[in-house]
Ligand binder design. Sequence first.
Ligand code: GDP
Length: 477
Amino acid sequence: ETITVGDLAKRMGVKASEVIAQLMGLGVMATVNQALDVDTATLVAADFGYEVEQGMTEEIEIMQLQEQEEGGEEQPRPPVVTVMGHVDHGKTSILDAIRKTDVASGEAGGITQHIGAYHVQASSGGVTFVDTPGHAAFTEMRSRGAQVTDIVVLVVAADDGVMDQTREAIAHAKAAGVPIVVAVNKIDKDNADPERVKRELGEFGLIPEEWGGDTIYCETSAKRNIGIDELLENIQLQAEILELKADPSRKARGTVIEAQLHKGRGPVATVLVQEGTLRVGDYFVAGLYSGKVRSLTNDRGEQVREAGPAMPVEVQGLSGVPSAGDEFVVVKDEKMAKSVSASRQLKARETELASASKVSLDNLFEKIAEQEVKELRIILRADVQGTLEAFGQAAEKLSTDEIRVRVLHEGTGSITENDIHLAAASDAIIIGFNVRPTVKVKELAEREQVDVRSYDVIYHALEDIQKAMVGMLEPTY
Ligand code: GDP
């Protein structure tokens, strides 16, 4: 039994072009009139939240993963905030200071549990913080298509000003279209110069309100606990502009913030609920896995029966460990949960095979020949600035009519996990001079199938690239 692309699209209420795009992602080139077998239709439909079933009459039935529910009304929900900024500018200290302001946790004796996110009830309102500071978590989630953050708090030390990772954070927030609230931190320091920070950030379009712009700035000292309440108030102000809403009466939908295999408790995942209410006993799909909510634990270590919009909870009852950024969806029953998870696992195996062909120096020649790549993108790391410049210029000169060589991003210092994420997301290779990846970074590169090469001499790297371009590079194993 088959179903055409057009028919499938119509029955799911989406555009045929969207189905075609999704099929392309699976490596299937199709037209509107193309007939799909049940397996393929199942895979695509799952992406749109539908399930395909072959009924008694051999008729293909399309069922919704989450049926449209009646009634519910959207209600204001708390904002979800990620704190970013340069290392040592005070991200962790600010998160800690904020956590201490929580009225409710004070009453409970302040026993906190690190589950990857926490919710505070400040006098100005509730806010949820993703408390894995740093950019890797943010990029990793985004590279999986998950957007959990409504507002970025950009921490800049008043005695240090805009630094590398400050710029990086601005780039990430802008790419995600997330508004920035600036916390000018360490204002207790003698050499603090908040005005300078404003001038520097102004160059990135973050113009303070008092200069006619629309960026909210707060001056804080995480150490002396100054300005923390104001920061929370200003987050609420920014949130009001965004008019954040969700319908708590629906079945829950959210994103996995982090997950691990816990000794004794099995797989556990922290889920940020984004829509609806999650309850003990619900059947769900989380990434490739499924399950039934056995228990819910909040950020204070308390067992709860349910969690509404913007609330983070730790879920037990999963069939496996999902990845950060995976979608978490409550479905109507166990059968649906299992069948969606099974079809996703099948699809994952297929994409794993497909992504085996990420660009590398070893397959560059074939990719050029098949016109799959027109640009060799390189992320460059070196121990010294001079090497970056020298290699960058020489490498770009290797460009030919068929392929352009381009340095996408460069920096001194060791190869980071963020470099790998960036390379994976933009199909780039990584070249390091006198820097070698740590074991952890290497493992990540392998998982993401990113080609990482280390050299001591610029000339050798250039030679390898040149050989790869003409198909003469000896493969390395
Ligand atoms: P992160 O790397 O951005 O998470 O920065 P941390 O929160 O770990 O802070 C780095 C250092 O700056 C620590 O030694 C903190 O004690 C210190 N620090 C953080 N906030 C302040 C502040 O407001 N004033 C001063 N004087 N020191 C601070």
